[in-house]
Design a protein around this ligand. Structure first.
Ligand code: HEM
Ligand SMILES: *[C@@H]1O[C@H](CO)[C@@H](O)[C@H](O)[C@H]1NC(C)=O
Ligand SMILES: *[C@@H]1O[C@H](CO)[C@@H](O)[C@H](O)[C@H]1NC(C)=O
Ligand SMILES: *[C@@H]1O[C@H](CO)[C@@H](O)[C@H](O)[C@H]1NC(C)=O
Ligand SMILES: *[C@@H]1O[C@H](CO)[C@@H](O)[C@H](O)[C@H]1NC(C)=O
Ligand SMILES: *[C@@H]1O[C@H](CO)[C@@H](O)[C@H](O)[C@H]1NC(C)=O
Length: 396
């Protein structure tokens, strides 16, 4: 099969999933489903609307019961980064095709599962991509983000009521399917990375040659470590570059990885600082008014559960419109707009806005770098059977 055929298939798949450019429909409150079950509707209108009621704000401790929880604001303290070891040119003990003899079907199984999961809710692609980011930036890509016992990272402010509960459940489903064919072989850390790879591909993005061989951490990071490592959306360009540098990532990584905001959504509590008490100079006025209709008044409990698309032009398609949005002042976060506030990052935003293949190429390289942060390999850690629980606690 040649590249053109693959691309046609991907675009057809994206179209079937309702990912093809949809119009900006300002219908605050349009249901994306709420409560425990995901809305199976895939119509362009339901996927393309901007005001979405949060159905994933379930308190993560109760992610399997879908119990609701409301919004929670983010905060940031500078502190020790998790370090960049395992990043850079080295593969950090990982290899492409690590499972080629122990579990050759792993990617096929994950893809089969993801096709069903994304068919039911294309938003899971964004949810899973963000899980990889929040796992890798805190204590490395060790699946510690998925732990519920004995401690958890999910209650820390940057994660609580913001990492999608339904995406955690999706990863449980994927891991169970992998365990069914290769019991005790594939780590949760690799499951996150491979699921992200395939979710990005199925959303129209690049095919990233991820290495595997990660093992799972035995414990979660502290709340403070999570806060120290996950950048809040209010940072200026200096602090943003510093945060990425602490993780061994440079300006090209920062700009291309920020392109992850080409899919997914933001809760109003992250949008509010941009529109109230005054409209930020980051935003086009008409766009800010649209956001205001969805999110204001702030602190209203109904509005607090609303979300906006991160990329209102092609909300579910993995493309380079994020960079055009930044230049048009219709990107959501201050950290998105701040990429224009240094000459090197501005230049990259302009390049990726004009050249999607170049963005895809850099995004792939940077994702591989991020996927190798502080990985456990060899005999380190373990292969968790259930991603929420270290093996030693499974029967207690
Ligand atoms: C550069 C610093 C970054 C900041 C400040 C930031 C901040 C945020 C915030 C505040 C949200 C909204 C979450 C919510 O309301 O539930 C979000 C969503 C998201 N972020 Fe980032 N992010 C950054 C980098 C990244 C990176 C590196 C990736 C992946 C490569 C990423 C992927 C996503 C995705 C896919 C979503 C949507 C999640 C969903 O729909 O559930 N972000 N980000
Ligand atoms: C998580 O956020 C919800 C909603 O703000 C809040 O009720 C809950 O107490 C938070 N949990 C933790 C552990 O901070
Ligand atoms: C993290 O914070 C939450 C909510 O404040 C708390 O319930 C939990 O025990 C904390 N976890 C750790 C490891 O400190
Ligand atoms: C960026 O933010 C940091 C931390 O809040 C602050 O100390 C610094 O002055 C800010 N830099 C600029 C150029 O605004
Ligand atoms: C604001 O919303 C209106 C109505 O849906 C839409 O036509 C317009 O394109 C939006 N403007 C911006 C800048 O997003
Ligand atoms: C960055 O933002 C600050 C504050 O808005 C502004 O004073 C400064 O000129 C900007 N710098 C660049 C390089 O755009």
């Amino acid at each position: 099969m040649d590249m053109a055929t693959i691309l046609v298939m991907l675009v057809a798949f994206a179209a079937a999933m309702g990912c093809i450019p949809t119009m900006f429909a300002a219908t605050p409150g349009s249901e994306d489903g709420s409560g425990v079950k995901d809305n199976p509707s895939l119509s362009a209108s339901s996927r393309g609307s901007v005001g979405i009621t949060d159905r994933d704000a379930a308190h993560q401790k109760a992610w399997r019961t879908g119990e609701e929880a409301s919004a929670h604001a983010g905060g940031f303290h500078t502190g020790s980064g998790s370090g960049g070891s395992g990043s850079g040119g080295g593969a950090g003990g990982l290899s492409v095709g690590f499972y080629s003899s122990s579990c050759p079907q792993v990617e096929t199984v994950i893809e089969q599962q993801l096709r069903v999961i994304l068919q039911a809710n294309i938003g899971q692609a964004a949810g899973i991509l963000r899980i990889m980011f929040h796992d890798c930036f805190v204590q490395g890509c060790d699946a510690s983000l998925l732990l519920l016992r004995p401690t958890t990272e999910l209650t820390a402010t940057p994660n609580n009521a913001s990492i999608r509960a339904s995406s955690l459940r999706a990863l449980d489903t994927i891991k169970a399917a992998v365990e069914a064919v290769c019991p005790g072989v594939v780590s949760c850390a690799d499951t996150i990375v491979l699921s992200t790879k395939i979710a990005v591909k199925l959303s129209g993005g690049p095919i990233i040659p991820m290495r595997t061989g990660r093992r799972d951490g035995l414990s979660a990071a502290s709340n403070q470590t999570v806060v120290n490592n996950i950048p809040p959306p209010t940072l200026n360009i200096t602090a943003l570059k510093q945060n990425f540098q602490n993780h061994g990532l440079d300006s090209r990584d920062l700009v291309s990885l920020s392109g992850g905001h080409t899919i997914g959504r933001a809760h109003c509590r992250f949008v509010d600082p941009q529109i109230t008490p005054t409209i930020s100079t980051d935003l086009n006025t008409a766009f800010a008014l649209n956001l205001s209709r969805i999110c204001l008044p702030a602190n209203n409990p109904i509005k607090a559960r609303q979300t906006t698309h991160l990329d209102f032009v092609t909300p579910n398609l993995f493309d380079n419109s994020y960079f055009n949005n930044i230049l048009a002042k219709v990107a959501i976060f201050h950290t998105d707009a701040a990429l224009t506030n240094a000459s090197d990052t501005l230049q990259l935003v302009q390049l990726y806005a004009q050249n999607q293949p170049l963005f895809f190429q850099q995004f792939s390289q940077s994702m591989i770098k991020m996927s190798q942060l502080n990985v456990l390999t060899g005999q380190q850690g373990e292969i968790r059977k259930k991603c929420s629980t270290p093996n030693q606690f499974l029967n207690s």
